[in-house]
Design a protein around this ligand. Structure first.
Ligand code: F6P
Length: 512
């Protein structure tokens, strides 16, 4: 049943009306068990949800909403390999990529075996590159899911990265990016990974062709050694002259593809063992998502909180603050995950929805954000739920830093909640601003895997309640078609049939 037609939705609307007066300070004073009661552990992740505008009654109603919208059945359909990506007629099985070998029976036995039969040569190749001292630079050419995941993970796991190799990520069709990277490279020492699920994406194809031309202009001949394609479209890679290929399947969405061949730069960076640990961490979260009761299921609780804020407390955005500099690309990665998955205005059968879906997601690592936009979070007119992420143990030995970092993240969550009532005017902090606190013991391949899988599944949960297909992305197509037309017009100068604004801009950019 559509979420806004359920009894639980109606009950939540009534419940939300009472929440106008909800005050975190009072809630903590009234319930000594609040912090403990609204916290939980999941694989590799501890979560404190107690500073949210929620209470046990809210959670119970949200769980009821999940029940009435069939969340568990939808989740189970995904894990059975049913084609829940209905607009593309595809299964959604990124989770299968982290499933241990031989652990499934029935219709998934063969696909799981294929996953491992593909993973093994990919990891063997990664080990070979790691051992090849001639290769000092690995350049990943890809965009969207074929860039953000591996880039985020290589950065996040920089303490585990093999010494002596540099990793570069080129995504933009803007030639300044590729040219800037190529400037510092030698063909004989470079491995290019052309990462594209479809092998048709114009940015990636343009950058790949330029990289090939550069390689040959530098005297490079051994394309098989210096270029590898990571794609479901091996034939298209072959047409470009790239014969070293690692494949995956149409049931892996681009923004969910880090675990597939698209993760090759990560595997080269952290090794086969590290990559398997990343997969194992994510698998542990998959198991939690599948087996934990909804009330103690962290992705479910986070996804339902997202629905609560978006549809009942009218929050249109959500901010993320990872207090770890190595997680600096995580906000960009999560932006694609949430907004490309749930930025939809119609339900699964194409009917327009009367309620809001994906919030705007944004963020920067702490403490940097504190000295930039946190002003707005503390004293702005909009309430923005914030998700803090922190890591208990540092991997450096610099004195004082980590304690200061942790002090700041706890203090910010506290300041947002408590505010400052005793000063008026400009110095007044209203407080009562909600936040979630996620804590990892250490940032390792396994904990990163679990953290990312947690985020994937929470996006699944809110998308499922909203009744949308979180696994297509038709909204990116129109721009691609129009760019092709405008590109031809930029070359020819033809403006006939264009709107006046675009025609004038086109003429202006063509002027010498
Ligand atoms: O244009 C959007 C998109 O299709 C994303 O969903 C995807 O991650 C990205 O482009 C890259 O696609 P590909 O891996 O096929 O090059």
């Amino acid at each position: 049943m559509r979420c806004d037609q359920t009894q639980a939705w109606t009950a939540l609307l009534a419940h939300a009306a009472q929440f106008k007066d909800f005050d975190l300070h009072t809630a903590f004073a009234a319930d000594a068990q609040r912090a403990e009661g609204l916290s939980q552990s999941a694989p590799h992740v501890f979560a404190d949800l107690s500073k949210n505008h929620t209470d046990t009654a809210t959670e119970a109603l949200l769980i009821e909403l999940a029940r009435q919208t069939g969340l568990a059945a939808h989740r189970d359909a995904m894990f059975r390999g049913e084609p829940i990506n209905n607009t593309e007629g595809r299964a959604v099985m990124h989770w299968l990529l982290r499933q241990p070998e031989g652990s499934l029976t029935g219709n998934l036995t063969a696909p799981l075996q294929q996953v491992h039969d593909t993973l093994k040569p990919m990891l063997a190749f990664a080990e070979q590159v790691r051992g090849d001292t001639h290769i000092t630079d690995v350049v990943n050419i890809g965009i969207g899911g074929s860039d953000l995941g591996p880039q985020m993970a290589v950065l996040a796991l920089q303490d585990f990265v093999i010494p002596g190799k540099r990793f570069h990520f080129v995504s933009n069709v803007d030639g300044h990016e590729l040219a800037g990277v190529l400037k510092g490279l030698k063909a004989e020492n470079t491995l290019f990974l052309i990462a594209s699920k479809t092998f048709t994406t114009i940015e990636t194809m343009t950058n790949a062709r330029s990289a090939l031309a550069w390689f040959q202009a530098q005297g490079g001949t051994d394309v098989a050694r210096h270029f590898a394609a990571l794609t479901t479209n091996v034939a298209a890679a072959g047409q470009m002259g790239i014969t070293t290929t690692f494949g995956f399947w149409d049931w892996v969405g681009g923004r969910y593809s880090l675990w597939s061949a698209i993760g090759l730069p990560v595997a080269i960076a952290i090794g086969a063992k590290g990559f398997r640990e990343l997969l194992a961490g994510a698998h542990a979260m998959d198991q939690h998502f599948q087996a934990a009761p909804l009330e103690e299921n962290l992705p479910v609780r986070l996804g339902l909180l997202d629905v609560w804020y978006r549809n009942f407390l009218n929050c249109t955005s959500r901010s993320i603050a990872p207090y770890h500099s190595a997680l600096r690309r995580l906000p960009a990665y999560l932006q694609q995950l949430e907004m490309e998955s749930n930025g939809k205005r119609v339900d699964r059968i194409g009917h327009a929805l009367p309620y809001g879906t994906s919030p705007v997601l944004w963020g920067e690592p702490g403490t940097n954000g504190q000295h930039a936009y946190f002003q707005m979070l503390h004293q702005g007119t909009d309430v923005v739920p914030l998700e803090f992420m922190a890591v208990k143990k540092p991997t450096h030995s610099l004195k004082d830093h980590h304690e200061l970092l942790l002090a700041n993240v706890i203090a910010q969550a506290q300041a947002l909640m408590l505010g400052q009532a005793d000063e008026g005017g400009h110095k007044h902090f209203p407080g009562n601003r909600p936040s979630t606190f996620l804590l990892l013991d250490e940032l390792t391949p396994a904990s990163l895997g679990a953290l990312i899988a947690l985020q994937e599944h929470r996006v699944f949960v809110s998308g499922s309640v909203w009744g949308i297909n979180s696994f297509d992305q038709w909204g990116v197509e129109l721009g691609k078609v129009l760019a092709k037309d405008i590109h031809a017009r930029i070359l020819s100068g033809q403006t006939e049939g264009l709107d006046a604004s675009s025609a004038a801009l086109l003429q202006r950019v063509r002027q010498g």
